[in-house]
Design a protein around this ligand. Structure first.
Ligand SMILES: [Zn+2]
Length: 340
């Protein structure tokens, strides 16, 4: 198989490697599409301090091209979402069937090999078949939808509960759409107008710019009660203590993301209000329900206007994205077509 590898910051190369099945329950998947998001860009620029060399690519879909004789879940030509988070299977949590809290989860493109390659060989348990009415591009968002569902499962929401979401990138946007689907009321906050505009086009009603009026806007929308929970998305460039000011006493504050930067947070306001702080950083338990939600049109990704790029353009693509990011320009999420 051909793999793409980042050797050191801004050095991307490719190489050939053997790719044979080594167990009866493994399948070989031809990767068709890959999501290019901040995760890949941070690995390329060295911002997330990855352990090089690294094969980037967290979210991928493909078509099964070969199956071991023990496979029962997939067969040749099954379209699949390739799981991005794979529990270790050996730690205490895993051995007790609590994989969600695995202490050693392997995450594609982060602490284990990502999917920027032409083929992936993996156990069939790491593959979820896709219904024909879910497109490859929609399926690339299954991991983000799954993480959103995991966050929502943490919050005790009733119909009409207000939830403040900090960061209107793809995670905050999709989470907000899911909150609406679950009959809660998201209040999406960001300093980037373009992201808020896309959110509006996705049907998110309350989008608030991050400025000195933010707090009073939340008070007005919630009738002075403040939000019953807040979610802060990693790498959104918003002070992580902001949620403390808009969350009602005793409410939940969840930090979410597929990885987190080093941060220092002033805790006093959270302690004074007896807030419950937690984090959600994987999507392991909700992939199947995420695909069902996509099938049921619970979310739209059309307003993202996703740009498909050919794999042959990868080096140039990363170079341009890095240049933009260094100038402080936000780089929108895009798609890598692995077949062209
Ligand atoms: Zn484990």
């Amino acid at each position: 198989m051909k793999i793409w590898k980042i050797l050191s910051p801004k050095v991307l190369t490719s190489e050939e490697r053997p790719d044979n099945l080594t167990s009866a329950t493994q399948a070989k998947v031809k990767v068709t599409q890959l999501l290019l998001s901040g995760t890949e860009l941070r690995a390329y620029c060295g911002i997330s301090k990855p352990k090089y060399p690294i094969i980037p690519g967290r979210f991928a879909v493909g078509v099964v091209s070969e199956v071991g004789e023990g496979c029962v879940k997939v067969e040749k030509n099954t379209r699949v979402f390739i799981h991005d988070a794979i529990p270790c299977g050996a730690c205490n949590a895993c051995l007790n069937g609590n994989e969600e809290h695995c202490s050693n989860t392997k995450i594609a493109g982060l602490n284990s090999e990502g999917y920027m390659r032409d083929f992936v060989v993996t156990d069939e348990s790491n593959l979820t078949p896709l219904p024909s009415s879910v497109s490859d591009t929609e399926a690339l968002f299954a991991g983000i939808v799954a993480m959103g569902e995991m966050i929502i499962s943490r919050l005790t929401l009733t119909k009409g509960s207000h939830v403040a979401v900090f960061g209107a990138g793809e995670v905050g946007n999709i989470l907000s759409q899911l909150l609406i689907y679950h009959q809660a009321v998201p209040i999406l906050i960001d300093s980037n107008e373009e992201k808020l505009k896309i959110a509006t086009q996705c049907g998110i009603y309350y989008t608030i710019p991050l400025n000195e009026e933010m707090q009073s806007s939340v008070e007005r929308i919630t009738g002075g009660r403040l939000s019953c929970a807040s979610v802060h998305c990693s790498y959104c460039d918003i002070d992580p203590s902001m949620p403390f000011y808009v969350t009602a006493n005793g409410g939940n504050v969840v930090y979410t993301g597929f990885s987190f930067p080093e941060q220092i947070v002033q805790l006093k306001p959270a302690l004074d209000k007896q807030l419950i702080l937690s984090s959600v950083s994987n999507d392991y338990s909700y992939i199947e329900s995420a695909i069902n939600l996509i099938l049921n049109k619970a979310i739209t990704i059309a307003p993202f206007h996703l740009q498909p790029h050919a794999i042959s353009e990868t080096s140039e693509l990363f170079r341009q994205a890095a240049e933009k990011a260094e100038k402080g320009v936000s780089v929108p999420v895009s798609i890598l077509n692995m077949l062209s």
